[in-house]
Write a protein that binds this ligand. Structure first.
Ligand SMILES: C[S@@+](CC[C@H](N)C(=O)[O-])C[C@H]1O[C@@H](n2cnc3c(N)ncnc32)[C@H](O)[C@@H]1O
Length: 258
């Protein structure tokens, strides 16, 4: 795709996502996550038919760690990524940022139970409250679909040190439309079932359609790689599972050539 045409397509897509979902992003999502925080991890396990560990291990296998690295986990939720990284490399310095107090409370308690410390920053991630060139690595898992990606990815690039890596995991739009259709039907049934099992509140139930729509309007693995390159990341690679339903991206910040 030519650069100019690609830029126009990405901004049209981001504009569409924002206009379609901004009301939920702004007004509803925070109370949904507050509502589900106490059972979020168990619900993920049930909804993925127990495959959640496989998804997490595949993501972790893409991440290179060195002793003492300073890492930022964006939209950290219940600290699933931060805890898994510390289990592999206990001397990492990890900062979690998420705007939801309840998700982070669960995350802090989970980390403490394992004897880990993860610093918690409660804030919106569209503007990261950290200096330029600050982190060796940045992670984000299962959250991008709820965000304005031009803003968040540009901020991630800014706070990464030159040479540092960004690791991204999320459900993506599969290449095959039939796979997508089957997946969204399954997810819809799953959301209803987990809501029943865990007794979800009104806010979470009302957002069921949003969760399906935001995913079906998200990027494919190839598109996300192109978007990362378009926003200035280098050495972008990805791997996928289940026909592209899940994608794991790795991208680097390189120093500008002087
Ligand atoms: C589906 S959870 C994923 C949590 C965690 N990364 C994981 O892998 O389990 C999405 C998280 O994104 C957070 N989030 C959504 N929009 C946000 C925003 N604009 N600023 C900060 N956090 C946000 C929510 O509060 C929630 O904790």
């Amino acid at each position: 795709m030519a650069n100019g045409k690609q830029a126009t397509q990405f901004s049209a897509h981001e504009h569409y996502r924002e206009s379609a979902f901004k009301q939920v992003w702004r007004d509803d999502l925070d109370s949904v996550f507050a509502d589900i925080a106490s059972y979020y991890d168990s619900a993920n396990y049930v909804a993925s038919l127990g495959l959640f560990g496989w998804f997490r291990d595949t993501f972790l296998s893409t991440i290179d760690l060195r002793p003492g690295y300073k890492a930022l986990d964006v939209c950290a939720g219940t600290n699933a990524t931060g805890i898994a990284l510390l289990e592999r490399q206990p001397d990492l310095q990890i900062i979690a940022i998420d705007r939801n107090q309840e998700m982070q409370k669960v995350g802090r308690e989970r980390a403490e139970r394992k004897g880990f410390h993860i610093e918690s920053v409660i804030d919106d991630v569209h503007k990261l409250p950290f200096p330029d060139n600050h982190f060796d690595l940045v992670t984000i898992q299962y959250a991008s679909r709820h965000l304005r990606l031009f803003d968040v990815f540009s901020e991630i690039l800014r706070v990464l040190k030159p040479g540092g890596f960004f690791y991204h995991a999320d459900m993506l739009r599969p290449r095959n439309r039939l796979v997508g259709k089957l997946h969204y039907t399954y997810l819809g049934a799953c959301l209803t079932l987990t809501a029943k099992i865990f007794g979800s509140g009104r806010k979470a139930l009302d957002c069921r359609d949003y969760f399906l729509e935001v995913l079906s309007n998200f990027y494919s693995a190839e598109e996300l790689s192109e978007l990362l390159r378009h926003l200035g990341f280098a050495n972008v690679t990805h791997k996928t599972l289940l026909g592209g339903l899940l994608g794991f991206h790795k991208a680097q910040k390189v120093s500008p050539v002087s």
